[in-house]
Design a binder for this molecule. Structure first.
Ligand code: KG4
Ligand code: ZN
Length: 353
């Protein structure tokens, strides 16, 4: 019988890489004892995007209460913890440092090991936690406000990057299009809701990188095409609700199609039969439906974590951290945050940043 990989027992995860402060307790790498997420949507809504300075200030305001709530909800004291896992990058440095400094102080006080987790490795760990049928090797598609990337995921090694966006992330494109259409922040759910009422063939937006081979993505051209279309119609204020819905639906169709084309190409190229989609944009209904239809037709498995594990959370950090701690890995209190870190590199453990 195959032996299960060693896993740390009770792990507190802390995530603060962008505009969510989150803490969670996980038992045996599988059982979610608590999952607390404090979102800053209201802080950033007036600006139509995340303001880094405001994000770190608000994190500092709530970090202690969020961690306390996660421990209380789990019924776990500091002395019961077998480890603390914290996001060290990539992300906004000011935001990361709040969670990181707090995690260091807690680990010192609790006398337990501290381990740094790569934010995207965390997103992928959420997919495995949510779907026990998901087994390496598989294709990981990370789609969020900061990332659009494809990874080959193998057991017990860091995921291998196959392709990524050359400019904007797909979630960022959703957020910018929402702003252009006057739909508010965060943009993804708003564009998706509006688009649900529109005609996705109303505007023939360019399919990003349609004629390019390879597995990289690009969203700045599509974003510019939407901006020109909105301008041509006299701006969001001059557009009817139907016009807004049609543009939103047409943008969503183009954005999703480019994800689909590259995901299928990567599955073929790598000889993989399963894909897991993680990150905030994995909550998108159109993406879910189209990928599931393609999977049924072409015979590959599709795994989406539930929405609360798709967007930033600390369960995913605890899950990735429990494995690292189980393998005997940990980091010292000199640990620092990194805004950019390719998956597979661990600058906080002496590698190159
Ligand atoms: O993973 P996440 O919570 O934070 C980052 O690490 O970026 O992702 C947030 C992103 C935002 O850009 C948001 O607009 C997008 O995910 N998003 C969506 C949907 N829900 C969230 N995009 C498209 N459709 C959705 N339903
Ligand atoms: Zn994320």
């Amino acid at each position: 019988m195959e032996r299960a990989a060693p896993i740390a027992e009770r792990v507190l995860g802390i995530e603060s890489s962008c505009d969510e402060m989150a803490a969670a307790v996980l038992r045996s790498g599988r059982h979610v004892l608590s999952n607390v997420v404090f979102s800053q949507d209201e802080v950033h809504a007036p600006y139509g995007g995340v303001v880094p300075e405001l994000a770190s200030r608000d994190h500092a305001r709530v970090v202690s209460a969020v961690a306390e709530a996660a421990l209380a909800e789990a019924g776990v004291g500091l002395d019961d913890l077998d480890g603390i896992a914290v996001t060290a990058g990539p992300g906004l440095v000011g935001s990361l440092l709040v969670g990181l400094s707090f995690a260091k102080a807690l680990a010192y006080r609790a006398g337990c090991p501290l381990v740094a987790v790569h934010h995207l490795a965390g997103h992928l760990a959420a997919a495995e936690l949510a779907d026990p049928g998901l087994a390496a090797p598989y294709l990981g598609l990370v789609v969020s406000g900061g990332h659009t990337a494809l990874y080959r995921v193998e057991a017990d090694v860091e995921p291998l990057l196959l392709g990524q966006t050359l400019d904007d992330a797909v979630g960022e494109a959703f957020d910018k299009v929402a702003k252009l259409l006057g739909l508010g922040f965060p943009g993804g759910p708003a564009v998706s809701r509006a688009g649900g009422l529109g005609n996705c063939r109303a505007v023939d937006f360019p399919r990003p990188m349609a004629k390019k081979s390879g597995l990289d993505f690009s969203y700045s051209g599509l974003k510019t095409a939407v901006a020109l279309e909105v301008k041509r119609r006299g701006g969001a204020e001059a557009m009817s609700e139907t016009d807004v819905a049609d543009v939103a639906a047409s943008f969503e169709a183009a954005a999703v199609e480019s994800l689909l084309v590259r995901a299928r190409r990567a599955l073929r190229q790598e000889g993989l039969r399963q894909i897991a989609v993680v990150g905030g944009v994995a909550a998108n209904r159109r993406l879910r439906e189209e990928l599931e239809t393609a999977g049924d037709r072409d015979g590959f498995g599709v795994s989406f974590p539930p929405p609360e594990l798709c967007t930033d959370n600390a369960v995913m950090i605890a899950a990735a951290g429990a494995r690292l701690l189980g393998r005997g890995e940990s980091d010292g209190l000199e640990l620092s945050a990194f805004s950019r870190v390719p998956v597979g590199q661990t600058p906080w453990r002496g590698g190159s940043p």
